[in-house]
Design a protein around this ligand. Structure first.
Ligand code: AMP
Length: 371
C-alpha cells in the first residue's frame, strides 16, 4: 500500500523506515512548499497536493498545524486518517478542551479568552496562578504565559492583546496544576474500534521541550490512563496512533493535551516494544491488524537537541541506538534521539550513568540526574 504523510519531518521519516518490511511505501508532502518528497532522502519527486493524494491509497499526517484548505482537500478524498476533525482538534486548544469535556475525562479547569473582559472572568473562575496558552500554533511550551500574581496582569495582557489582534486566535487560561510528574500514553485504535496502548511513559522536559521519556510500570495508573485514552479515542472515532499527555497529581491523572499522531514520547518503542508506534500507526490507517504493544525490555529515550555529532563510543555501548533525523543543526532543534535498552531496570540505570559521563553536560542537562 502507498501512504502519503502530510509533513516531511522526522516522524514521516520513521514511518517510512517502519513501513518498509510490510511493503508499505511512504511518500511525504511538504505542506509549506507544496512539494512531494521522499521521506528519507528529501528528494523532490513531484508537486501538488491533488497529485500526491491521487498516487496514494491512504493519507495521514505527522503534525497538526496544517491549514484548513489542505485538510479539506484530504478529507474530500475519502482516504484521510485519522481525518480532518482529529487534526483540527490537536491544533486548536479550544476544540481539544471541548473534546475532553465531551469524553468526560479530567483536565485542568479553563476559560477561553478573546478580550480583556474574558481575561477578568478567567482570573475569577480559574484563579491565580494560571497558565495561558494560545489556542492556535503553540507547541513545546511556545505561545504561553504564566500569571503568577495579580500584579503581572497588565504586562501579560499587553502581550496577549497583541496576539489576539489575529481574530482567529484565542487564549486558553488554565488553572496551574501542581503535578508530581508528567506522563503520556501512546496507543493505537483501528477502524474496528480495537485499542492497543503502550506502557505509560514518564517524561522530563527541559525549557518546555521533551528531553527524556521512559516507560513506567504502574498497573493502577496504566488502567486509569487506558480508560481515558479509550474514552477520547472513541469520542472522536479515532483511527491511528494517538498520544495523550497527562499531569500525575498524587496518582490522579489530568489530561494536559492530545496529539493526533505518532509522538516523541513514543520513540522508545522502536527498541523497547514488540511493535513500534510508527508501524502501529501505519497498521491502523492501512486497515491491518494492530501489533503487540508489549514492553520487551526496559528502555529510555534521550532527545538530541541542537547537536549534530555524538561521541563514537556510544555505538559500542550494548543496547544503545542512535536515530538521526538528517536535519541541519540549529540551536535547540530536535536533531535525533538515543534509545538505550537493558535486560533489567538496574542495568538500564547503570548504562544511563555511563552515558551521562560521556555526553556533554551542557547539551544534555537532563542526564545529570543519572550522575
Ligand atoms: P503544553 O504545551 O501544554 O504541553 O505545556 C508545556 C509545559 O508547560 C508542560 O509540559 C508542563 O510542564 C507545563 N504546563 C502546561 N500546562 C500547565 C498547567 N495547567 N499547570 C502547570 N504546568 C503546566
Amino acid at each position: 500500500m502507498r501512504v502519503l504523510v502530510l509533513g516531511a519531518g522526522q516522524l514521516a521519516r520513521m514511518m517510512s523506515l517502519a513501513g518498509a518490511p510490510l511493503n508499505l511505501s511512504i511518500t511525504a508532502f511538504d505542506v509549506a512548499s507544496g512539494k512531494i518528497v521522499h521521506p528519507l532522502t528529501q528528494a523532490h519527486i513531484g508537486d501538488g497536493l491533488e497529485n500526491a493524494i491521487a498516487q496514494a491509497d491512504v493519507v495521514t499526517a505527522e503534525f497538526e498545524h496544517i491549514p484548513q484548505d489542505v485538510l479539506e482537500v484530504c478529507e474530500k478524498s475519502g482516504k484521510f486518517l485519522p481525518g480532518m476533525q482529529a487534526i483540527l482538534t490537536g491544533g486548536d486548544r479550544r476544540i481539544e478542551k471541548a473534546l475532553l469535556d465531551k469524553a468526560q475525562v479530567k483536565n485542568a479547569k479553563y476559560h477561553v479568552i478573546k478580550n480583556k473582559a474574558d481575561f477578568e472572568s478567567a482570573i475569577e473562575t480559574v484563579g491565580v496562578p494560571m497558565v495561558l496558552k494560545t489556542a492556535l500554533g503553540g507547541y513545546d511550551g511556545k505561545g504561553q504565559w504564566r500569571l503568577k500574581e495579580q500584579a503581572d496582569v497588565d504586562s501579560i495582557w499587553s502581550e496577549m492583546e497583541e496576539c489576539l489582534a489575529d481574530t482567529k486566535q484565542a487564549i486558553v487560561a488554565e488553572e496551574f496544576v501542581p503535578f508530581n510528574r508528567e506522563v503520556s500514553l501512546v496507543g493505537a485504535r483501528n477502524a474496528k474500534g480495537e485499542v492497543a496502548v503502550y506502557p505509560l511513559a514518564e517524561n522530563v522536559h527541559t525549557d518546555g521541550v521533551l528531553s527524556l521519556s521512559t516507560p513506567i510500570n504502574d498497573i493502577e495508573l496504566q488502567e486509569k490512563a487506558k480508560q481515558m485514552f479509550t474514552a477520547v479515542a472513541e469520542t472522536m472515532d479515532y483511527v491511528g496512533v494517538l498520544a495523550i499527555e497527562f499531569f500525575d497529581v498524587n496518582g490522579e491523572l489530568l489530561v494536559n493535551e492530545i496529539a493526533p499522531r505518532v509522538h516523541n514520547s513514543g520513540h522508545w518503542t522502536q527498541q523497547g516494544a514488540e511493535t513500534c508506534q510508527f508501524e502501529n500507526h501505519l497498521r491502523a490507517v492501512c486497515g491491518l491488524p494492530l501489533g503487540s504493544t508489549k514492553l520487551v525490555r526496559p528502555t529510555c529515550m534521550i532527545n538530541i537537541l541542537g547537536e549534530d555529532t555524538l561521541p563514537e563510543e556510544l555505538l559500542k555501548l550494548e543496547g544503545c541506538h542512535i536515530h538521526w533525523y538528517g536535519k541541519d543543526k540549529r540551536a535547540g532543534r530536535k536533531m535525533g534521539h538515543i534509545n538505550v535498552s537493558a535486560e533489567y531496570t538496574a542495568e538500564l540505570d547503570r548504562k544511563l550513568a555511563l552515558l551521562a559521563d560521556v555526553l556533554d553536560n551542557k547539551a544534555f542537562p537532563a542526564m545529570q540526574r543519572f550522575n
